[in-house]
Design a protein around this ligand. Structure first.
Ligand code: SAM
Length: 293
């Protein structure tokens, strides 16, 4: 191979679409398990450190997970300004609740993941990810389908964060990306509350899933916006979609963003987020805004 010397004899292959494959050289397999809900692998990749793979898709890698979790949590949290009660659907690796718990405003966090075996494996094999967050007294963990949990829940939240696997037709998260589900979530938001969801890659032209998720949210919420971040270990940028019935005003000055963020989160606990990078995460490219309109 011109210009490169391949160093691995074991490869994890992801089929991004019928014409693109993305591969990680694997240096060690730490765990392989078929859970009740999905095929789970925990491996050490040559480039991005330890990683969790579910149903053949890399979910999170230690060396670049903050490119996913910091924008997923801190963009909506800053736009809310004072999140106290937070619900996380999915997020079994613990990174999302770890970021939520950095906010000194937060009083309660519920994490609802369908797969106890994934959470237990992440707790044991990937402590670099949760960093002890699972034992924070503000956190309550439920092992339940997010769909069922939402149906039976009587609490209200300032932020609801869906950190789910991609909506594959035969996967466990498929029904958590529907209009019906988005309507149910809305009933659990406090006034001014924000819902944010993992919303697929934004770079695959023949698979416009991100605009579809944003459009479906627009049928339910008065205000919807898109966030993007490039995740090296995914080989593509990821999109998140935010929704609220209060206008989401993303056009804030750096000074204003940092005033909110650093009054509530210790600056040195973050690797990525400040006023300048925040503006990049919400600076949806024109081509994507056109696809969403
Ligand atoms: N960053 C990730 C990605 O690649 O999009 C998401 C990571 S997180 C590990 C995804 C979690 O969603 C998994 O732990 C999985 O068990 C959970 N999950 C999938 N379907 C779910 C459902 N219906 N209810 C609750 N949790 C679900």
């Amino acid at each position: 191979m011109t210009g490169a010397l391949l160093k691995s004899s074991l490869w994890h292959t992801e089929y991004l679409n019928p014409f693109i494959v993305f591969q990680h050289g694997i240096t060690e397999i730490l765990l392989t398990k078929k859970t009740r809900f999905q095929d789970m692998l925990i491996v050490r990749t040559g480039a991005y450190g330890k990683a969790l793979i579910l149903d053949g898709k890399l979910q999170v890698a230690v060396e670049d997970e903050f490119f996913y979790h910091e924008p997923l949590v801190h963009v909506p949290a800053v736009l809310h300004g004072d999140p106290r009660s937070v619900l996380v659907l999915g997020g079994g690796d613990g990174c999302t609740v770890r970021e939520v718990l950095k906010w000194n405003t937060v009083q309660t966090v519920l994490l609802v993941d369908i797969d106890k075996e994934v959470v237990e494996a992440c707790e044991e094999f990937l402590p670099e990810l949760h960093q002890g967050a699972f034992h924070d007294p503000k956190l309550k963990v439920f092992f339940e389908d997010g769909l069922k949990f939402i149906d039976n829940c009587h609490h209200k939240f300032d932020l609801i964060i869906s950190d789910l696997t991609d909506p594959l037709e035969d996967g466990p998260s498929f029904f958590l990306f529907t209009e019906e589900f988005f309507r149910k979530v809305k009933t659990l938001l406090n006034p001014g509350g924000i819902f944010v969801t993992q919303a697929a890659s934004v770079s695959l032209p023949e698979e416009p899933l991100h605009p579809r998720i944003v459009k479906t949210l627009s049928k339910v919420y008065a205000s919807v916006d898109s966030i993007q971040s490039f995740i090296g270990s995914y080989g593509s940028p990821i999109g998140f979609a935010m929704a609220s019935d209060k206008p989401i005003e993303t056009d804030l000055t750096r000074h204003h963003i940092e005033e909110i963020l650093f009054s509530h989160v210790k600056r040195d606990s973050l690797k990525l987020m400040d006023g300048r990078s925040f503006q990049g995460f919400v600076g949806t490219p024109l081509v994507l805004r056109r696809a969403i309109e």
